[in-house]
Design a protein around this ligand. Structure first.
Ligand code: C2E
Ligand code: MG
Ligand code: MG
Length: 258
């Protein structure tokens, strides 16, 4: 599959899907970009299959560059529309990509060439990135933050969570992992964990978003715990950009959301 993947990058067989993120009034505040591989024979291939391979082989570097370029182009086009200019686009960044020497320059160049408001770009990182050279990772994230981009900690609560590094990372948001959301209506420990994450986020001045929200009952419990934004099939599945406009129309723009 490696040669397939290499070829796919040359042929640009990838597409970004967009999954809406909403606030506690169910107004659109942004989206997460989720990459898909339109394989000529296999059809749509899930990132869970090819992202790990892309990481192993280093192909995540050209792929990640393409993802970032596409994401920034999308933000630029949103910035033109009155109803879309406030939307923040979250982009997943892999460990290898973040650690690459050229990453900061890549982001800087993209921000400059597109002229987008840097805060409209939110980079999603994961706790596993803190397993290697913590000091180096913190330094990279701080430099990126200085460019004005925002940061969310994806899959929060599933990895190596240290309050030491949380304190030192210039994050904007904790993204509560879907494993805590799934059984929140029946499992009181999950409910308690979510409450604890939200309280901790508050005390660190971070916002929270829950992912994998599939039912209204889950949304209500999350909101009761103080979670301020949501993403999941309840609102929409990830969709191609052409379909995303219709999704957005169903969730009127949040006033003054940034
Ligand atoms: P993630 O960043 O944690 O993304 C959330 C995953 O949950 C997505 O799977 C999304 O489609 C799925 N999801 C969203 N709402 C629901 C829901 O209500 N219920 C359930 N059961 N699932 C939901 P997807 O798109 O297959 O992506 C899987 C993972 O692949 C992502 O996890 C991320 O780690 C990685 N990935 C996706 N796109 C990119 C990318 O552009 N770059 C990198 N480096 N990784 C990516
Ligand atoms: Mg993510
Ligand atoms: Mg996640």
């Amino acid at each position: 599959m490696e040669s397939d993947l290499r070829l796919a990058i040359q042929l640009k067989q990838f597409e970004l899907y967009y999954q809406i993120q909403v606030d506690d009034n169910s107004h659109a505040i942004g989206a997460e970009a989720l990459v898909r591989w339109n394989h000529p024979r296999k059809g749509l291939v899930s990132p869970a299959t090819f992202i790990p391979l892309a990481e192993e082989t280093g192909l995540i570097l050209p792929l990640g560059q393409w993802i970032l370029e596409s994401a920034c182009a999308q933000i630029k086009s949103w910035e033109i529309g009155n109803d879309t200019r406030h939307l923040v686009l979250a982009v997943n960044v892999s460990a290898r990509q973040l650690a690459a020497d050229e990453f900061i320059t890549q982001v800087e160049n993209l921000l400059r060439s597109t002229g987008i408001t840097p805060a409209r770009l939110k980079l999603e990182i994961t706790e596993s990135m803190m397993l290697g050279n913590v000091e180096a990772v913190i330094s990279i994230i701080r430099q990126l933050k200085a460019l004005g981009v925002s940061f969310s900690m994806d899959d929060f609560g599933t990895g190596y969570s240290s309050l030491q590094y949380l304190k030192r990372l210039p994050l904007d948001q904790l993204k509560i992992d879907q494993s805590f959301v799934r059984d929140i209506t029946t499992d009181s420990s999950d409910l308690a964990i979510v409450g604890t994450i939200v309280a901790m986020a508050r005390s660190l001045s971070l916002s929270t978003i829950a992912e994998g929200v599939e039912t209204e009952a889950q949304r209500q419990l999350l909101a009761q715990q103080g979670c301020s934004s949501f993403q999941g099939y309840l609102f929409s599945r990830p969709v191609p950009i052409a379909a995303f406009a219709a999704v957005l129309q169903g969730y009127g723009a949040a006033q003054g959301a940034a």
